[in-house]
Structures are given as structure tokens and as C-alpha cells.
Design a protein around this ligand. Structure first.
Ligand code: SAH
Ligand code: SF4
Ligand code: F3S
Length: 464
């Protein structure tokens, strides 16, 4: 039979047979870079590897198989991967049998995949984001002495039906869609993740139901723009607000979060659904990117500051301190000081609970990469410092609203002070530190807030 006709399950069995014949199971190490979507893909890779009889290790040095699940969103992310590949080369010199695989978003750019193949010849597998189901075949090929540089730019499968090994026993990410149609001029994601493809609502509901039944307490719905969920579904037309309501109706005690929402599609229906669904967190991550209409236009974001603020005002007309977080890009090509001041203005107006800010990074292949940028990098760094300083002031002020209040908190882990200290996230996605027993990890508790800092809240456990 030609090898191409062999299905993934058979390859899993072939590899497992080889792995099981060893004295001890070979160890795999997966390093995820980038966003939560990659983490979720990494959990699928782990699921595949476990079926093939691999054990797992936290250290790349001791691993027999190392997979880098890469991110391409900023140059820094890409540089980190290439830097760490240098370490792997050294480890491989010490352990000749080590298998090294590079997957994720970086390899979806053909010039990067090519560079890895040419300049990092010790890499055994190169695979794209849609090729997780092909891992067994690729590993089998490497076991048989064939390098497997499968550049799968065009394979954008949804990786449906692959079992995941989840990192947490109480927090789960559930991708609801893949890809992006928006082509913001600075962004590489549409090129590496392809066009929007929504998962079937039925499959999503089934997955969440199973997770909740097995004790998961936080469900994070993922997509590059969850608000365009369903636009591409022909038979099962469902909008994101409808999906949110369907998930809210699943019985059980859990909180629903989601990221990201594109402001151009954040409708009153979305806000109404969040407010009317008791299980939806009263928090919206709404990436604004810039407070200047001119820059927003050059970014191809397709909303204005005024439209963005209407969404914020609508949510706050229902819940006066509704929590917003955002992403901001500092130093888009030729951003003037005036443009930047407008970004600081919108931060003051919205009073974000938290921001994720990035200095603009040129991505080859995007429209913005063609713009000649006259703003010096040092100026961008100064702007970033001013922005972070302002956010510290805003968070300090804004977090004070929680003092004296009792918040619902999902306990994440022991806190920085070690045994007896706990840390978790409030419904509004704010970090809360308090004392308590580690048996509470993974449960919802009530915490009375005693002190607000600019990065977190301190509190005391209260009995129900
Ligand atoms: N789909 C999400 C964003 C995914 S990328 C959304 O639209 O909100 C996450 C964040 O990375 C973006 O919101 C943006 O702030 C930042 N980012 C993307 N491309 C960038 C670039 N070229 N330089 C700097 N930051 C970038
Ligand atoms: Fe990138 Fe814009 Fe798509 Fe977000 S919406 S992934 S920033 S192109
Ligand atoms: Fe990075 Fe890919 Fe996510 S480029 S941000 S890992 S979708």
C-alpha cells in the first residue's frame, strides 16, 4: 500500500510500537510561543504524542523529541525562537538521537520555513498549524531516517477530533474559530492563519459540556475576532452573541471568557448577551490599538475613536464600572506625538483595568512594512514608558473601586508568598491575592478586598 494512504491512527500505532520497545518511554518537550491559540494547539500536539507512547519533560535538554510551537506576530517572538534553536543545536550535539520539530505560525511563512530548512539543518520536522494530525506520520518518517520538512502553508485544517492533553484541570481554552479576514496593515496573522473558519456550534457545545461535566470552571473561547464567529457557517447560522447564550445555558458552575473582540464588530447585542448571561465574565478585552483616527485608518481597523467609545458607553450604561482591557501598538509608522497623545487620552477616558502594549514591529509581507517610518526607535521607547506610567496611575485609581467589595474569585495557584498564600482572578479578570488552603485551588471563593495595588488586589477569604 502506498504510504500516503495510511491513516493517522495507523501511524500512531507504528510509532507507539517503536516507543514501547524502548527500555523507558522517550520524553517529549513542547515549547509554546505566542497566544492562547498556540497553547491550545500545543495541547493537541501533546494529545497526539501521548497516544504515541511519549512521556513528557519540562526540560528541552533531557528530551528525545523537542517541538517548538512558534509565533510570528512580532519580530521579538521570532528572534526568541531562532535564538533558542541555537541551544537545541548544542543539545543535539550531546544527544545525536534528539528529534527537533518546528511548527506553529512562523513556519506558515514560506520564506521563514525555507530559512529554517536551509540554515538550521539539524531540524528534523517543519510543519504548519493545520498539520497536527500529520505529526505521527512525520515522526514515523524521522524514525525511518527521513527528514520531514513538510511546509504546509496551505493546509489550514481545523485539527478537529484530535484529543487534547490539557495543562489545567479547571481552566480550558476552546477555539471557536481560526484565521482572520481583517488584514490590519501591521499584522501577520491573516497570512499565517488563513481566512476565518468557524467551528460548528454543535461541536463547541459538546466540547464545553464535556469540560464542565468533568469539573472545568473557566471556559475561554478563542478566536482572532470572535465577533465574526459564524459568518462563514452555511448550514448552522449562529452569531457569537447567540453562541454565548447557548454556552451559558449549559448546566453547571463555570465562568465564560473570550478573546479577542474586534471593536468594529462589538455590537449592542454582544454587550446585552454578556450582561444577560450570568456565567459570562463582566469584562471585555477590546483591542483599541491607537487613540488617533488617522492612525486607526492607516491600520485599516475600520472604526473610529467615537464608535469605540460608543461601545464602552453602552456597556457602562448597564454596569457603571464594566471592566475593559485592551491592546495598544506604540509607534505605528510615522505616528506623531499628537497621535500618541490621543492614545493616552482614550486610556484616560476608558480607564482600562489592564493594557497589553507593544512597540510596532515590522512584519515582512504586510502593507505597513512598505511605509517608510521616520519616527526614531528611541522616541517609541520613550512613548512606551509614558504609556506604562499612565496605566499604572489609572490602574491604581481604578482598582480602588474594589476596596471593601466582596468578589468572586477562581483560585489559580499558591501565591508568591508560598504555602498558605493563594492567587486567583476575579470575574473582571483582576488578580486577587489572599490567604487560604491550597485545597481551594480550582474552586470559586468569595474574597473581601482590603487593599488595591496597581497590578493586583489583596483580600481576605469570606465564608459563603
Ligand atoms: N486578533 C486580535 C489580535 C491578535 S495579535 C485582535 O485584533 O485583537 C495580538 C496583538 O498583538 C494585537 O492586538 C496587537 O496589539 C499586537 N500586534 C499585532 N501585530 C503587531 C505588530 N506588527 N507590531 C506590534 N504589535 C502587534
Ligand atoms: Fe491581526 Fe487585525 Fe486580525 Fe487581529 S483583527 S489578528 S490584529 S489582522
Ligand atoms: Fe502568534 Fe500565531 Fe498567535 S502569530 S499571536 S501564535 S496566532
Amino acid at each position: 500500500m502506498p504510504e500516503k494512504a495510511i491513516d493517522s491512527q495507523t501511524y500512531i500505532e507504528y510509532v507507539k510500537r517503536i516507543n514501547d520497545s524502548r527500555i523507558s518511554p522517550p520524553l517529549a518537550h513542547i515549547h509554546n510561543y505566542g497566544c492562547q491559540l498556540n497553547v491550545s494547539d500545543g495541547e493537541k500536539m501533546k494529545g497526539q504524542l501521548m497516544k504515541m507512547g511519549f512521556g513528557f519533560t519540562d526540560s528541552a535538554e533531557n528530551a528525545d523529541l523537542v517541538l517548538f510551537n512558534t509565533c510570528a506576530v512580532r519580530e521579538g517572538a521570532q528572534e526568541r525562537v531562532l535564538g533558542n534553536l541555537g541551544f537545541l543545536k548544542h543539545y543535539k550535539e550531546l544527544n545525536k538521537n534528539m528529534i527537533i520539530g518546528i511548527g506553529g505560525c512562523m513556519t506558515q511563512q514560506s520564506q521563514v520555513a525555507e530559512k529554517i530548512k536551509q540554515s538550521y539543518r539539524f531540524v528534523d520536522l517543519v510543519f504548519g498549524t493545520g498539520s497536527i494530525s500529520k505529526l505521527p506520520q512525520m515522526i514515523y518518517d524521522v524514525y525511518n531516517g527521513r527528514k520531514c520538512c513538510e511546509h504546509t502553508e496551505n493546509d489550514l485544517s481545523l485539527n478537529e477530533g484530535i484529543e487534547q492533553v490539557r495543562d489545567s484541570a479547571f481552566k480550558a481554552s476552546v477555539p471557536i474559530m481560526y484565521g482572520c479576514n481583517n488584514f490590519c496593515t501591521y499584522c501577520i496573522v491573516p497570512y499565517v492563519r488563513g481566512r476565518e473558519r468557524s467551528r460548528s456550534p454543535r461541536l463547541i457545545i459538546d466540547e464545553v459540556t464535556k469540560l464542565v461535566d468533568s469539573g472545568y470552571k473557566e471556559i475561554m473561547l478563542l478566536g482572532q475576532n470572535v465577533n465574526s464567529y459564524g459568518n462563514d457557517l452555511e448550514d448552522e447560522n449562529t452569531t457569537f452573541p447567540q453562541l454565548l447564550r447557548m454556552i451559558n445555558d449549559i448546566p453547571g458552575e463555570f465562568i465564560i471568557r473570550f478573546m479577542s473582540s474586534h471593536p468594529k464588530d462589538a455590537t449592542p447585542e454582544l454587550i446585552d448577551a454578556i450582561i444577560e448571561c450570568p456565567k459570562a465574565a463582566k469584562h471585555l478585552h477590546l483591542p483599541v490599538q491607537s487613540g488617533s483616527n488617522e492612525i486607526l485608518d492607516k491600520m485599516n481597523r475600520r472604526y473610529t475613536v467615537q464608535k469605540y467609545l460608543e461601545t464602552v458607553d453602552y456597556a457602562r450604561s448597564k454596569i457603571s464600572d464594566f471592566s475593559f482591557t485592551t491592546d495598544i501598538i506604540v509607534g505605528f509608522p510615522n505616528e506623531s506625538n499628537e497621535d500618541f497623545e490621543k492614545t493616552l487620552d482614550i486610556m484616560r477616558t476608558v480607564r482600562y483595568d489592564n493594557i497589553y502594549s507593544f512597540i510596532y514591529s515590522v512584519r515582512e509581507g504586510t502593507k505597513a512594512a512598505l511605509i517608510e517610518d521616520r519616527t526614531p526607535h528611541s522616541e517609541k521607547q520613550e512613548r512606551m514608558q509614558r504609556l506604562l506610567e499612565l496605566q499604572r496611575e489609572i490602574s491604581t485609581q481604578s482598582y480602588k473601586r474594589f476596596e471593601g467589595r466582596v468578589l468572586d474569585v477562581l483560585v489559580d495557584s499558591t501565591g508568591r508568598s508560598g504555602e498558605g498564600s493563594l492567587t486567583g482572578k476575579s470575574n473582571e479578570f483582576v488578580i486577587v491575592n489572599f490567604s487560604g488552603d491550597r485545597s481551594l485551588i480550582g474552586n470559586f471563593v468569595k474574597v473581601k478586598i482590603t487593599k488595591a495595588h496597581n497590578w493586583a488586589l489583596d483580600g481576605e477569604l469570606v465564608e459563603d
